[in-house]
Design a protein around this ligand. Structure first.
Ligand SMILES: *Cc1c(COP(=O)(O)O)cnc(C)c1O
Length: 388
């Protein structure tokens, strides 16, 4: 049995632990060593795959990239980059000058800012849609929706969306994107590959902010991009080599160390998030709770159909508007007031404190990232703060 056949039998939870290990030979280390070298001994005509210079490839990226590739069910290893935004910029480089990009009206705000930047300097037509409204997305993909009659080059999907937790119909959107001749890219940061695997739905490109759940300990900034298509991967690899938004070896080592416990962290934080969302929905100090795991949530049925769980983010609108939300954040002792998400520690943030957040995100919306602390401790802190 080859290693690949062996891996094909293993669950994702096991692969998170076993993928990307050194060969089992007597005396071999269990973890691939961190190699600190910018260059490699080399002379003569370079051979394919030869390590030559660390902007193109390093041994320390390999185990991380193999593990994430295995988790996403990709035919190829992932490509690690210096941040989630570096991975997103790499994926968006596939939109040609003069192309058309359809993306969600609610999504990671820096992604939306980057798309506007692309529109300004690369003659890319950008249209934002409600990604949960499949008919609206299909209509936006049609050249008739373009003021200049352009075909869509790329459909960008986030699901669940940051911070509104809208759930896109992934199989339907992949089919519609392909029917329109567009590449379909999915930001899978919120779900993680243990909960949702867009490549298996036919998506062309997947990006991650590795900073969040994959690394999981709020100690590194990293990103990754994946594709099943060898030619696209070559193009993305070329982009990384030329643009140089590279990942440091120590950061990649930490991210892989974090990924070894991904299954435990995701299982625990998802369970706690659903429990807290249910309790919050029944709390008198709460106006609205958004979480795809709640049966009444607009994304519930879709999430149940295409995800293995509902993620660990909760959208919460407490009573008292934006001031009430700010007071709640200030009154918490256990939840950390901070941006970012996906760490072992639970954190909370009012998203509209950023002037750049979409104006259709409610002023009083708090984004809760549920970590792995004891659920009763998290609840007591929230309940006390909600009672003011
Ligand atoms: C944080 C985040 C990003 C950006 O990743 P960085 O690692 O901060 O560059 C992209 N997409 C989503 C959904 C995110 O939450």
């Amino acid at each position: 049995m080859t290693q690949r056949e062996h891996d094909a039998d293993l669950s994702r939870e096991t692969l998170a632990v076993t993928a990307g290990r050194p060969a089992r030979t007597q005396g071999a280390p269990v973890n691939e060593p961190v190699v600190l070298s910018s260059t490699y001994v080399s002379q003569g005509v370079p051979q394919p795959g030869e390590m030559m210079y660390a902007r193109a490839d390093t041994e320390t990226w390999g185990p991380f990239e193999a593990t994430l590739g295995a988790l996403e069910g990709s035919a190829h290893p992932a490509l690690v980059l210096g941040s989630g935004m570096a991975a997103i910029a790499a994926a968006l480089s596939l939109v040609p000058h003069g192309g058309r990009l359809v993306l969600p009206r609610h999504a990671y705000q820096v992604t939306l800012g980057y798309a506007r930047d692309l529109a300004g300097r690369s003659d890319v037509e950008v249209e934002q849609v409600d990604i949960a409204d499949t008919d609206a997305v299909v209509a936006a993909l049609d050249p008739a929706a373009s003021p200049t009659g352009r075909a869509t080059s790329m459909l960008w999907v986030e699901s669940p969306t940051n911070p509104m937790l809208e759930v896109a119909d992934l199989p339907a959107l992949v089919a519609a994107g392909h029917a329109a001749g567009a590449l379909v890219a999915v930001d899978n940061t919120f779900a993680t590959p243990l909960v949702q695997r867009p490549l298996e739905h036919g998506a062309d490109v997947v990006v991650h902010s590795v900073t969040k759940y994959l690394a999981g300990h709020s100690d590194v900034v990293l990103g990754a991009v994946l594709t099943d298509d060898a030619a696209l991967r070559e193009q993305l690899h070329g982009y990384r080599t030329v643009h140089g938004a590279l990942a440091g070896p120590f950061e990649v080592y930490l991210a892989l160390r974090g990924m070894r416990t991904l299954a435990l962290r995701v299982e625990r934080s998802q369970r706690t998030a659903l429990d807290l969302a249910q309790r919050l929905a029944a709390h008198p100090g709460v106006v609205e709770v958004r979480h795809p795991g709640l049966p009444g949530d607009p994304g519930h049925e879709r999430a149940t159909a295409q995800m293995a769980g509902y993620g660990s983010i909760i959208g919460l609108r407490p009573a008292g508007g934006a001031e009430g939300a700010d007071r709640l954040v200030a009154a918490l002792r256990l939840w950390v007031p901070a941006t970012s998400l996906g760490g072992v520690e639970s954190s909370i943030e009012r998203r509209r404190r950023f002037a750049t957040e979409s104006p259709t995100v409610p002023e009083d919306l708090l984004r809760l990232s549920v970590g792995i602390e004891d659920v009763e401790d998290l609840w007591r802190d929230l309940d006390r703060a909600l009672r003011g």
